[in-house]
Design a binder for this molecule. Structure first.
Ligand SMILES: Cc1cc2nc3c(=O)[nH]c(=O)nc-3n(C[C@H](O)[C@H](O)[C@H](O)COP(=O)(O)OP(=O)(O)OC[C@H]3O[C@@H](n4cnc5c(N)ncnc54)[C@H](O)[C@@H]3O)c2cc1C
Length: 549
């Protein structure tokens, strides 16, 4: 291995690390799995990535132990996406620059921290609305690779809706830009002798030959980050947008080295309403009615989460809750630019609250709103700081069902928690019926390690029955990939396998993710303790940056 790594080092300008500390750090992410890499590579630019891929691909071709290449942003993935054996490519050390900010777009390297990018855009009155809750601690590359989404997705869509073009390094080291191409452009690309040309030919054939499967055989949810988004890849007139297949592909098809994203104006006037409900049914009915008003956010927090926070960090909820503990709280936000539209929507929302909620508050002032958002944002963060050997585990944290099944989803999830005697709290995106739930379990005990998969079996079977997807925004990773076959047809699963083979025939990039992953493999890599080292690492880095400044 030393000889191989030496050869790789000679081909790039960046560094390679095999230090014990790095190997340990890169062995985990925000999820419950652990895989030990051989080495970590820190490329300085796209050329380095190209050279790295060419070198590894040609060494693998010559035989011997094959090395894989897995991209990593900040490692906040909740399901094992950036974990692997082989080489981990960390884009955050050098490839973290904003290259250009235009009037309505931004060109950025993948390792740029998303929160930093948003702050720079904000200075120009713009933003990317599909940001995840982890915006301050994750990268833009990770958001593209996962097709991340968040509180504003209900109105503004997911990351894929903002991806205009991606510079990618293919599995033979070719570097190309992918974006929407017309049929004529596709035909020109198909005429060269390159891997890019082969990919366009084979993907075109796959798209044209499987129209019904591609458009019918996937869950009917408002957000989706599972599989490869073939249903988004065909453009008008028979053109192809490969950027749509790469977005959400978790580094299994190619490595992303530059990203061009659309930006939109930051809303100037926002109104936030918080409503308190005494039953699931009333909250669910309200959510459906509020959804019709096209809010810019429609978020949900349940009683269990509020009680947990009250128990462990009561100061966070001070002055935010009514006297009676609600069963469900909804946060509804409208950001329409025209005052009359905003007021009219708020009026209609107020009628919904009058009918179904037992109390509601409306705030126009941004500082007051920030305080109310704590109900949703800080509450979730508290989950990770609760002391004890049982930790809130991200194992069923991204199930998403058609919006009109929200109440059934909640009822059936609570039944599963009861069956398995689980302490659990629920929060998430009511508008998209995408619920985050993290049961408290102890990974060091055999009993909980066994129970974990009994819970996931029950949960994902229930999500499939409701017509939902296992991954609305957190992607397949290791945790969810084996369950995906319950939500997509065998024909669609076969197409996913074909896509992987077309882009990456030698399985160089992030093997055992998305495709080629089974329960045996997943179970072998379960951790024995849980913490999110990447969040601790990030906090240390930020503190160091502040001192250096
Ligand atoms: C507290 C918390 C809250 C979260 N909230 C949300 C949320 O609201 N919405 C949401 O969608 N997610 C959320 N997540 C999950 C995660 O933070 C996001 O998906 C995030 O976008 C991942 O970014 P990252 O930089 O950490 O990527 P990583 O975890 O490092 O990587 C994620 C995936 O992207 C691939 N990848 C990274 N860079 C590249 C590249 N350059 N080329 C190719 N592939 C690449 C990796 O191989 C991996 O498969 C949350 C996580 C935590 C811990």
């Amino acid at each position: 291995m030393n000889h191989t790594l030496k050869k790789i080092k000679q081909s790039i300008q960046g560094e390679i690390s095999v230090s014990e500390e790095d190997i340990e750090y890169y062995s985990t992410d925000g999820g419950v799995f652990e895989l030990t890499p051989n080495a970590i590579v820190f490329p300085v630019d796209a050329n380095d990535v190209t050279e790295l891929v060419k070198t590894v691909a040609s060494m693998n071709e010559r035989g011997g132990d094959k090395l894989s290449i897995t991209a990593r942003g900040n490692g906040t993935d909740q399901g094992g996406g950036p974990l692997n054996t082989g080489l981990i490519v960390d884009f955050t050390k050098h490839m973290n620059h904003i290259l250009e900010i235009g009037d309505d777009f931004v060109l950025v390297e993948p390792g740029c921290r998303y929160g930093h990018l948003q702050a720079q855009l904000k200075k120009r009155g713009r933003f990317i609305p599909s940001y995840p809750a982890s915006v301050e601690v994750s990268t833009i590359g990770g958001a593209v690779a996962n097709n991340a989404a968040g509180e504003k997705t209900v109105k503004y869509g997911s990351t894929r809706d903002y991806v205009e073009a991606l510079q990618v390094v293919l599995s033979n080291g070719e570097t190309v830009w992918v974006h929407a191409n017309t049929l004529e452009e596709v035909n020109t690309k198909k005429s060269t002798a390159s891997l890019e040309s082969k990919i366009y030919s084979q993907i075109q054939e796959l798209l044209n030959g499987n129209i019904d499967t591609i458009h019918n055989d996937h869950p009917n949810t408002t957000k989706e980050s599972a599989g490869y988004a073939l249903w988004k890849a065909q453009t008008q007139g028979g053109g192809i947008n490969l950027a749509q297949i790469v977005t959400g592909s978790q580094g299994t098809l190619c490595l992303v080295t530059a990203i061009r994203l659309k930006t939109i104006p930051l809303p100037k006037n926002i109104v936030l309403a918080v409503s308190y409900f005494d039953s699931l049914e009333k909250a669910g009915n309200a959510a459906m009615k509020l959804h019709e008003l096209e809010p810019s956010a429609l978020e949900i927090v349940d009683k269990n989460l509020l009680e947990l926070v009250s128990q462990h960090k009561p100061e966070l909820l001070e002055g935010l809750l009514p006297e009676t503990m609600p069963a469900i709280v909804l946060l509804t936000e409208f950001d329409d630019a025209q005052n009359e539209i905003r007021s009219s929507k708020l009026g209609r929302a107020q009628s919904v609250f009058d009918e179904l909620a037992f109390e509601s508050i409306v705030k126009q002032d941004p500082d007051e709103q920030a305080k109310l958002w704590k109900l949703r944002r800080s509450a979730a963060a508290v989950m990770w700081t609760i002391p004890g050997s049982k930790k809130a585990l991200p194992i069923i944290e991204d199930g998403t069902v058609p919006p009109d099944r929200l109440v059934d989803f909640l009822h059936r999830a609570y039944q599963i928690f009861e069956k398995h005697n689980l302490e659990i709290a629920v929060w998430g995106h009511a508008g998209d019926a995408d619920l985050h739930m993290q049961p408290f379990m102890d990974l060091s005990t055999e009993a909980d390690r066994k129970k974990l998969f009994e819970v996931t079996d029950d949960f994902y079977a229930m999500v499939a029955e409701l017509g939902g997807t296992a991954a609305g925004e957190h992607n397949d990773s290791l945790m969810r990939a084996p369950y995906r076959a319950q939500m997509f047809s065998p024909a669609m699963e076969d197409l996913f396998n074909q896509v992987k083979h077309i882009f990456d025939p030698d399985n160089l990039f992030n093997p055992h993710k998305k495709v080629g992953v089974d329960f045996n493999y997943v179970k072998q890599h379960l951790r024995h303790e849980y913490s999110i080292k990447s969040l601790e690492h990030m906090k240390r880095q930020q503190a160091q940056d502040a001192i250096d400044k």
